[in-house]
Write a protein that binds this ligand. Structure first.
Ligand code: TXA
Ligand code: MG
Length: 316
């Protein structure tokens, strides 16, 4: 397996691999990404091929700072306010793409907008510095499956395909970045994620609405069935039935004869978000006939966790 601890030496090797058009799996504070040089169309095509990803689904470009982001995208005052408030960190901003920005058209799936993010994870930041490249990186899972929050998940999912899997430990946030589209119309929430909606609203000073699922350009990557384990899910369960595993939350978890994980016995949503994908992955591997999931409160990060749960539970 190409998993290596992230050190100055392995980060330098990863930077060389990116510059040579090869793929590298990278830790971020949200989930692990499968990175390619965003200017290299054939490297980016390799990302799509590895993920079995529909090509109309555009990728996020990771950059070291706001100044670099503004060479790729035209930010208005609201975009800049959001960047200043949340970068480095788990917010992705979709804005009009600058012509001649040098990013491969495949990255943006031919759209005239581009998604950019300045990640907060020290290893991702070090790799951006060492390579000097804009890095296109989707979550390092096959399309539709559970996002990886640990280097071992990437190895299990994508095997030997990336040149290197930089191990930067478990992801501290555990949910993908929140995606906000900021053009000259009012900002729209394209994907719920690691920055709660209320924090974005307090920076903007007004409410922000979630894009409608059937708006194809607005949120092309939001497949109805997504983040999905092989095992069926039963949501809003108050107990586990025979043969079911239990994904619990909070202090009042019921007994379960089978496998069971409590996302946060104290009822802390940030802890639950951090552990969520790894817990789903683990329970999926227990051979249970179904996973019963206790209700998660819909406030703060609970909104994004429930979004992932609903997509994971969609019938095949
Ligand atoms: O936390 C994250 O965002 C992770 C880490 C690796 O940074 N990346 C990630 O990438 O989740 P991915 O490819 O799994 O999701 C990217 C999302 C998709 O929903 C995609 O449709 C949306 O961003 N997106 C990208 N470019 C877009 C654009 N120009 N317009 C609208 N949506 C866009
Ligand atoms: Mg993804």
């Amino acid at each position: 397996m190409p998993v290596v601890p992230a050190t100055d030496e392995t980060i330098a090797r990863a930077a060389e691999a990116l510059a040579a058009g090869r793929l590298v799996a990278i830790p971020t504070e949200t989930v692990y990404g499968l990175g390619a040089d965003a200017r290299n169309a054939s490297a980016v095509a390799g990302v799509f091929a590895m993920k079995d990803r529909p090509e109309f689904n555009p990728l996020i470009v990771h950059v070291p700072d706001l100044a670099t982001a503004e060479t790729l995208a035209a930010f208005n005052a609201e975009a800049r306010a959001l960047a200043n408030a949340f970068w480095p960190g788990p917010l992705t901003i979709v804005a009009p793409k600058r012509r001649k920005c040098g990013i491969a058209d495949l990255v943006t799936a031919g759209l005239d907008t581009i998604a950019v993010r300045v990640p907060g994870h020290p290893v991702a930041r070090a790799l951006l510095q060492a390579s000097g490249l804009p890095i296109a990186a989707p979550s390092a899972n096959r399309s539709g499956r559970i996002s990886p929050t640990d280097a071992s998940h990437v190895a299990a999912e994508l095997g030997d395909v990336p040149d290197l899997i930089l191990d930067g430990g478990p992801c501290a946030r555990g949910l993908e970045s929140t995606v906000v589209s900021v053009t000259d119309d009012s900002p729209v929430l394209l994907r719920l994620g690691a920055v709660p909606r209320s924090e974005i609203e307090s920076v903007l000073g007004h409410p922000i609405h979630l894009a409608k699922e059937d708006a194809p350009i607005a949120s092309p990557g939001q497949l109805a069935r997504h983040y999905a384990p092989q095992t069926p899910l039963r949501l809003n369960a108050d107990s586990a039935e025979a043969g079911e595993a239990l994904l619990a939350f909070g202090p009042d978890a019921p007994d379960c004869a089978g496998a069971s994980i409590n996302l946060s016995p104290s009822g802390n949503l940030a802890e639950a978000a951090m552990r969520f994908f790894a817990a789903l992955r683990h329970l999926d591997e227990t051979g249970s006939r179904r996973i019963a999931v206790m209700p998660i409160p819909e406030d703060g990060l609970g909104e994004a966790i429930n979004d992932r749960l609903r997509r994971a539970a969609k019938a095949r």
